[in-house]
Design a binder for this molecule. Structure first.
Ligand SMILES: Cc1cc2nc3c(=O)[nH]c(=O)nc-3n(C[C@H](O)[C@H](O)[C@H](O)COP(=O)(O)OP(=O)(O)OC[C@H]3O[C@@H](n4cnc5c(N)ncnc54)[C@H](O)[C@@H]3O)c2cc1C
Length: 289
C-alpha cells in the first residue's frame, strides 16, 4: 500500500508561514521540478519524505507591481501569467518563451526556477544581469538577498527552512534605456533544456558605455558573471573596437569552466558562450528595448 503524505494548503500566506515555523516542510509551487526530482514509477506517489506545503494558490505570492522604476514579481506568478503581463520586460518574455511547452509554463513559477537553482534555469542569466533581489518572508520578518548571494550552487540556496521567497525585485528595470538580450542554445528552439545560455545588458550614453552586464548559464555550477570584466568596458566608445572585444572575450575565456555531461561537452559550451559574447559586443548599435 502507498505511504500517506501529509499535505497542507492554507488560505493565506501567514498561516503557511506559521506552519513552516512549526514543522520542516517541502514547499511546492508549480511542482514541475519537485515532481521530476521525486518521481516514482507509474501509479506510485512521489517519494517526498517531509510533509508538503502548497503555495501556488496564495494570492499574496501572485502580485506584479511597479514601485518607482523597480518591478516586483510575486514568486508564484507562472510563466504564462508573466508572458501576458504588460510590465514584464521584453527580454524576460523572450527567455520565458523558450521554457518548456505551454502545459509546463501554466504551472512553472519564477520563484520555483530560482529556488531550484539549476545552472540551466532559463530565467537566471537575465535575473543576474537585472541585479535581481529576493524578498524572503518568515514569521520572524522579511529580508532581502541579492540573487547571486542566494544561489550557492546546483539546488543549493540560502533559504532557511521557515522562509518563503515571496517576491523577485528587479531594480530600475522599468527605466527602459537599456539594450537587453537573452540567448539560449539547446537541441531545438522550444521544449529543450539549455546547453548554454547568455544574457547581456548595455546602456550607452553619449556613445559611451555607461553600464554593461553579462551572465552565462550552464558553464559553471551557478551563473557566471564578472564585475571586473564589466568594469573594463565602462566608458568605452561604441561600436567597440576589435581590441576591446578581444580583451573581454579573453578575460571570460579564463573564468568559464564548463563540464561535459549528457547534454553537451565542455568544449562546445565554452566555444558557444564566447561566440555569444563576441556577437553581442560586436553589435554596431545598442538600442533600448
Ligand atoms: C517537461 C519539463 C520541461 C522543463 N523545461 C524547462 C526549461 O526549458 N527551462 C527551465 O528553466 N526549466 C525547465 N523546467 C523546470 C521547471 O519547469 C522550472 O524550473 C520551473 O520554474 C519550476 O517552478 P515550479 O513552480 O514548478 O517549482 P517547484 O517544482 O514547485 O519547486 C522547485 C523548488 O523550489 C522550491 N520553491 C518553489 N517556490 C518557492 C518559494 N516561493 N519559496 C521557497 N522555495 C520555493 C521548492 O521547494 C523546490 O525545491 C522544465 C520542467 C519540466 C518538467
Amino acid at each position: 500500500m502507498a505511504e500517506k503524505i501529509t499535505a497542507y494548503r492554507f488560505d493565506c500566506l501567514d498561516q503557511t508561514l506559521n506552519q513552516l515555523n512549526r514543522e520542516d516542510c517541502a514547499i511546492i509551487a508549480g511542482g514541475t521540478d519537485v515532481m521530476v526530482l521525486h518521481k516514482s514509477r507509474r501509479g506510485v506517489p512521489p517519494k517526498i519524505t517531509k510533509p508538503i506545503v502548497f503555495i501556488d494558490h496564495l494570492s499574496e505570492l501572485k502580485q506584479m507591481y511597479q514601485h518607482h522604476n523597480d518591478l516586483h514579481i510575486g514568486a508564484c506568478c507562472t510563466y504564462s501569467e508573466l508572458l501576458e503581463h504588460p510590465l514584464i520586460p521584453f527580454a524576460l518574455k523572450n527567455a520565458i518563451k523558450t521554457i518548456a511547452a505551454p502545459a509546463i509554463r501554466n504551472r512553472g513559477t519564477l520563484g520555483g526556477n530560482i529556488c531550484n537553482a539549476s545552472p540551466a534555469g532559463d530565467t537566471l542569466p537575465l535575473l543576474y544581469v537585472y541585479n535581481a533581489k529576493l524578498l524572503l518572508r518568515s514569521v520572524h520578518g522579511d529580508r532581502i538577498v541579492a540573487i547571486n548571494d542566494f544561489i550557492q550552487g546546483p539546488r543549493r540556496i540560502q533559504r532557511l527552512p521557515h522562509e518563503i521567497v515571496t517576491e523577485i525585485i528587479l531594480p530600475s528595470v522599468l527605466e527602459e534605456d537599456a539594450h537587453v538580450v537573452f540567448e539560449k542554445v539547446g537541441n531545438r528552439n522550444a521544449d529543450a533544456i539549455a546547453k548554454v545560455s547568455f544574457a547581456g545588458l548595455i546602456r550607452v550614453k553619449k556613445e559611451r558605455i555607461d553600464d554593461v552586464r553579462f551572465a552565462f548559464g550552464v558553464v559553471g555550477p551557478t551563473m557566471v558573471r564578472s564585475y571586473d570584466i564589466e568594469k573594463m568596458l565602462l566608458g568605452k566608445l561604441v561600436p567597440l573596437t576589435v581590441t576591446d572585444i578581444d580583451q573581454a572575450v579573453a578575460a571570460f575565456d579564463k573564468i568559464i569552466h564548463p563540464i561535459d555531461d549528457h547534454r553537451s561537452t565542455a568544449v562546445y559550451r565554452k566555444t558557444v558562450a564566447l561566440k555569444l559574447l563576441r556577437h553581442f559586443l560586436s553589435l554596431q548599435q545598442f538600442q533600448a528595448n
